[in-house]
Design a protein around this ligand. Structure first.
Ligand code: SF4
Length: 344
């Protein structure tokens, strides 16, 4: 898995010093665990200074791909009495120690420059969505859409997101739920994965507004769907399958992974269930599979396919291998994918 694309080193983020101080005072013993995504690691000195001012020792934990990747258990084993998780919103996972989520929202952005980039016909309905980093700017973007004569729509958040209009790579509900009511879909933010996920899920173009540059790009699902359908076709004769899930609490879709093993076997193929932490090509290559199904983060087969020497499919893509027909469905994590009580 790669580092999240939405953090650029020169961006300004709200690290909520006051809330962090209060949390440390209320919850921390001698040591506090810290998780930062790659783009925020260069703030480590500021974070350490803040912890030490309150007389606690910070310990940094890897990795931090999302709120799905909570380090609470390892932090407890290392003697930390609380965890400060930067860069993501709470997705409702249970935790063994108290957790403070610092969403690290982008600050100081002037979105007014986006107005000249939008060409909206009078009365057009414009669905807008973003990641948590830019969620504060959705209302300003709505005002721009209104000023241009359009009607802004913001969808209700999904089960893993906290804010209306927010999307995650594994929960695109807020965008998907309004797509059929919209003439345009507009993503505010950086990076390709989230708008590409929405474009593929609803088979529509998404306009991507980068508030930093500012610039606009169009993402269409055609090329992406062609590549994924090629992977599905390559898997048609695969006899040996790896079905891999991740022990990361919010990615541990064990119930679904077990059902998928049975499904593959019911079609006369062999399947082995693998539980990993970070899913890497090297680890799966040792099993010498003809194909694999990733039942963890939906980004892995999409972002990392080129690193694997065999096709790696999502669960909905697997269905197309055996059932040969039906629309492409983008993988989203669902509550029923889990087996134990990962959820609060
Ligand atoms: S499962 Fe993947 S897309 Fe969802 S929060 Fe975790 S890293 Fe992000």
């Amino acid at each position: 898995m790669r580092a999240p694309e939405y953090f650029a080193v020169d961006m300004l983020f709200d690290l909520e010093e006051e809330r962090v101080s209060l949390f440390i005072r209320d919850h921390s013993g001698e040591k506090v665990a810290i998780q930062t995504p790659p783009g925020l690691k260069h703030y480590w000195e500021e974070i350490c200074d803040l912890c030490r001012r309150h007389g606690v020792m910070p310990v940094f934990f890897e990795s931090n791909f999302g709120a799905c990747d909570l380090a609470d258990r390892r932090a407890r084993l290392a003697g930390c009495s609380a965890l400060i998780h930067y860069g993501h919103s709470d997705m409702g996972l249970r935790s063994e120690i108290p957790v403070l989520y610092v969403e690290a929202r982008a600050k100081g952005i002037d979105v007014s420059g986006l107005e000249r980039l939008l060409d909206i016909p009078e009365g057009a309905r414009v669905g807008i969505f973003s990641t948590v980093q830019y969620i504060d700017y959705l209302q300003e973007l709505s005002a721009i859409v209104r000023k241009l004569g359009g009607i802004p729509l913001i969808g209700r958040h999904g089960w893993r997101t906290r804010y209306d209009g927010q999307v995650l790579g594994c929960d695109l509900r807020s965008a998907i739920s309004i797509a059929s009511d919209c003439d345009f879909l507009v993503y505010l933010g950086t990076g390709r994965f989230h708008p590409l996920g929405v474009a593929a899920a609803v088979n529509r173009e998404v306009l991507c507004l980068n508030p930093h540059v500012p610039s606009v790009k169009r993402i269409r699902p055609g090329e992406f769907l062609k590549r994924r359908m090629a992977r599905i076709a390559e898997s048609a004769d695969a006899a040996r399958w790896c079905v891999v899930t991740s022990i990361k609490l919010g990615q541990f879709r064990l119930g679904l992974a077990e059902r998928i093993c049975e499904y593959i076997r019911s079609h006369g193929r062999k399947a082995v269930l693998v539980v990993a932490d970070v899913i890497t090509p090297e680890m799966l290559e040792d099993f010498d599979p003809d194909a694999a199904v990733s039942v963890a983060c939906p980004r892995i087969p999409i972002d990392d396919q080129d690193r694997f020497s065999f096709p790696v499919l999502t669960p909905p893509e697997l269905r197309l291998v055996f059932e040969k027909e039906g629309a492409y469905v983008f993988d989203e994590v669902q509550p029923e994918d889990f087996k134990f009580s990962e959820l609060n």
